[in-house]
Design a protein. Structure first.
Length: 163
């Protein structure tokens, strides 16, 4: 693989991670069709590890570089899962359907320091919404830094093996 291809692939990996980290909230469009409490409502089936498993398998199998597919699977699954774990730490809503399709029950973690974000776009860009975003970033930034550290540690280990 040439240098340009490797760079494009890395960009694709970072983009995939970013998209997967926010993708579960695309379920807000379901409000037009079902109630919040419904299995396919917000934080329902599309926030479950079962959905993440299927989605990650599809994404990994569509990935161009065959040898990268296991890593792509892991990246997409963990990015998606991080979203649900953060949602389970919020102070509002009905919880997250972590056991769907086995159960429709919603769960929170015992520690819930993150204020729930407004779903309404207009409300999100108020002072309250921006304050909540600041709190969310306090949790998201360490996750991002951990991913970067993991990535660079892996690269350093690979470089040591080639010298």
């Amino acid at each position: 693989m040439g240098l340009a291809s490797r760079r494009d692939s890395r960009r694709g990996v970072w983009l995939l991670g970013a998209v997967c980290a926010v993708l579960p909230d695309a379920d807000v469009v379901m409000h037009a069709f079902v109630e919040y409490e419904h299995a396919f409502g917000h934080r329902g089936a599309f926030h479950s590890p079962a959905f993440y498993l299927l989605f990650s398998l599809v994404v990994a199998n569509l990935w161009r570089e065959r040898e990268e597919r296991p890593r792509i699977f892991l990246l997409s699954f963990l990015a998606l899962l991080s979203h649900s774990l953060l949602d389970m730490m919020t102070t509002g809503g009905l919880g997250v359907a972590m056991l769907y399709p086995i159960s429709d029950e919603r769960f929170f973690l015992p520690w819930r320091p993150i204020p729930v974000s407004p779903i309404n776009v207009k409300a999100f860009f108020t002072q309250r919404g921006l304050d909540i975003l600041t709190v969310e970033l306090r949790f998201a930034i360490p996750m991002l830094l951990s991913a970067l550290l993991f990535r660079f540690a892996g690269r350093h280990k690979k470089d040591e093996g080639t010298t």
